[in-house]
Design a protein around this ligand. Structure first.
Ligand SMILES: NC(=O)c1ccc[n+]([C@@H]2O[C@H](COP(=O)([O-])OP(=O)(O)OC[C@H]3O[C@@H](n4cnc5c(N)ncnc54)[C@H](O)[C@@H]3O)[C@@H](O)[C@H]2O)c1
Length: 344
């Protein structure tokens, strides 16, 4: 393919970093994962597997991992950021401090979430940290988000995602270079909407998990997903996202996948909360992988208050997670809310 880039740096060595890196290796000459976990890095390099996250799935020989950030960044044509959302700023600070980021290359965020402390989108966090580069260097920023469980991408099951970047970036080419036979990339200019939708759907997955744990049926699941998308779209629009983005892959697409999948940590975590043998805090402490929706429930509620947007499902999820409200009471309160037209 014309001017095909050669090296991708992926920041992260978890499930999604490994599965996405594995996918890129079909097409790209070299993919280097940077991580902080010695065990994961050693395993990827020595056994060609990442058993903590992807079981026995084999990683290709042109994928390697390193603990040295400069090693990953040097001569990279693009950087993909695939760490938990609350780690994006600290990772970006290290990228800037390394002095090894090649000038003008794009950075693409794959983490789903908001920065809870600042209530900023992750693309905003990345832009802020890049602004501290000396000498300054323009780097186009994008996000690559949508319904893409790592476990399924690693098995090469058909998947579609959205690439949404800043104006002026060469995203049409990157779309082609990232796409593959089982990994279809669409573009969407609404970066804010794509980021809002991706971050907040995990809250509704927690709600669906809780409902499942209470023995709810398909009617309940369908209702939570639909009304959940209504409230998240309401917030996303108030914050500058476009309505049609919420009906797209990063919106309802990712919402459905996350809420129905047994791979979804957020859904599974919500279900585990209803068992009642441990508090949400205790459960979280023992959970190996990131459960982004927990922190997002806090962030979305704060944003809702700031922008005067009502978020009934988010509020109940928040109260179960942080105020000790029993999930059954949360469900009852949702059902007993004042009756209203659907379009409200
Ligand atoms: N797993 C998926 O299917 C999937 C799909 C799409 C998007 N995502 C998003 O990708 C991001 C990463 O998720 P994941 O599933 O790969 O997580 P994970 O829990 O599988 O792995 C997280 C990785 O980040 C590393 N890490 C943690 N804190 C770090 C820090 N401070 N600095 C550097 N590295 C750090 C860990 O060592 C680990 O390698 C999340 O935002 C998630 O929402 C995940």
């Amino acid at each position: 393919m014309e001017n095909m880039p050669r090296k991708a740096a992926i920041l992260g060595t978890g499930s999604w970093a490994s599965a996405f890196g594995r996918h890129l290796c079909h097409k790209w000459e070299r993919v280097v994962l940077w991580g902080i976990d010695e065990k994961q890095v050693r395993s990827i390099n020595q056994t060609g597997t990442n058993p903590d996250y992807l079981g026995s799935i084999v990683l290709p020989p042109n994928l390697r991992a390193t603990l040295d950030l400069s090693d990953a960044l040097v001569r990279a044509d693009i950087v993909f950021i695939v760490v938990p959302s609350q780690a994006v700023r600290s990772v970006m600070k290290q990228v800037v401090a390394s002095g090894a980021l090649p000038p003008t290359i794009p950075l693409v965020n794959l983490a789903k979430g908001f920065e809870v402390d600042t209530l900023e989108r992750l693309s905003e966090v990345i832009i802020e940290e890049l602004a501290t580069l000396a000498p300054p260097s323009p780097h186009p920023i994008a996000v690559l988000l949508g319904p893409s469980h790592a476990e399924e991408v690693a098995l090469e099951l058909p998947t579609a995602v959205v690439l949404s970047g800043q104006e002026g970036g060469d995203w049409g080419h990157w779309q082609a270079w990232i796409s593959g036979p089982y990994f279809r990339v669409y573009t969407n200019p609404d970066m804010a909407g794509v980021e809002f939708a991706s971050a907040f759907k995990n809250i509704i997955a927690l709600a669906v998990g809780m409902a499942d744990g209470l023995g709810a049926g398909d009617n309940t699941r369908g209702t939570l997903m639909t009304r959940g998308m209504v409230e998240l779209a309401r917030l996303g629009k108030a914050l500058g996202g476009r309505p049609d983005t919420f009906a797209g892959l990063a919106g309802i697409g990712d919402m459905i996948t996350t809420c129905i999948s047994h791979h979804s940590r957020n859904r599974n975590f919500g279900q585990a909360v209803t068992a009642g043998d441990r508090t949400p805090e205790e459960l979280l402490a023992g959970w190996v992988q990131v459960v982004e929706g927990v922190e997002m429930a806090k962030a979305a509620l704060k944003l809702g208050q700031k922008h005067n947007v009502e978020l009934p499902i988010t509020k109940q999820v928040h109260d179960v997670l942080f105020s000790g409200k029993p999930p059954r009471q949360a469900m009852r309160e949702l059902m007993e809310r004042e009756l209203r037209p659907e379009s409200d």
